[in-house]
Design a protein around this ligand. Sequence first.
Ligand SMILES: O=C(O)CCC(=O)C(=O)O
Length: 275
Amino acid sequence: MPNLSDQQINFYNDNGYIAPIDVLSKREANEIRNEIETIEKKWPKALEGIGRNYIHLISPVFNKVCLNTKILDAVESIIGKNILICGTTLFIKNPNEKGFVSFHQDAKYIGLEPHNWVTAWIAVTDTNEENGCMRMWSGSHKQKIKHHEQKFDENNLLTRGQTIENVPIKETKPIILKAGQMSLHHPTIVHGSGLNRSNDRRIGFVVQSYIGSNVDQVLGKIYVQKARGEDTHQFHEYSNIPKGLMIKEDIISWNKAKDELSKIFYSGATKKGKY
Ligand SMILES: O=C(O)CCC(=O)C(=O)O
């Protein structure tokens, strides 16, 4: 059942995002952090580079989050009742590293058309101005897709350093979330984030994105899971549901999905970064 109020939906339509929304308990957020840190310990390279993506295919903990009723109710308020999960990404900024995200519009490079989709950014740790929370340029989703310069920087968490220049930073709004809260943002809103200046990690688990069943991938191939409702258009191949953490047959599907995603994310890129 859709659960955003009319006021929240109006805010989203006017500004291009809505936050904060309570979705997980602190304990559930911690469980996600533990899962990440378990993987990092046992398989140190697994979550590097393109490995930040599609983690819900190799971990039941992440898969369960994607199907969380509170999240889906909010998403349904925006894109309707036929919902597919088409990807997930970890956005981790460690203290003492220089990770940032240049200002960009997701729709510029993700290839999902039409724009009946929404991105859910779930805070695994508290996220605030000190540790480099996202900043949204309110209302910018109503403008056309802007020019993105490819400014490669090894600390940019975006694969190709896609950058919109001259964003009026003072007009952007910080998305401050407690662990367990989420924000939802529109495909064409201009957003980015700065450095983590705190002593702890800043971790976001991002469903990128929840798509309506009428949304196609026009730049390549994605693997989906059904979250709710009917798959009315059947545009996409389905991925497996993980049976345990890093099970062999799930890893095979994960690798296939990541390979296809690389083709989309790195299309036309002259250099590959560490993210
Ligand atoms: O985590 C961040 O700072 C940026 C994430 C982002 O760009 C996105 O979720 O679309």
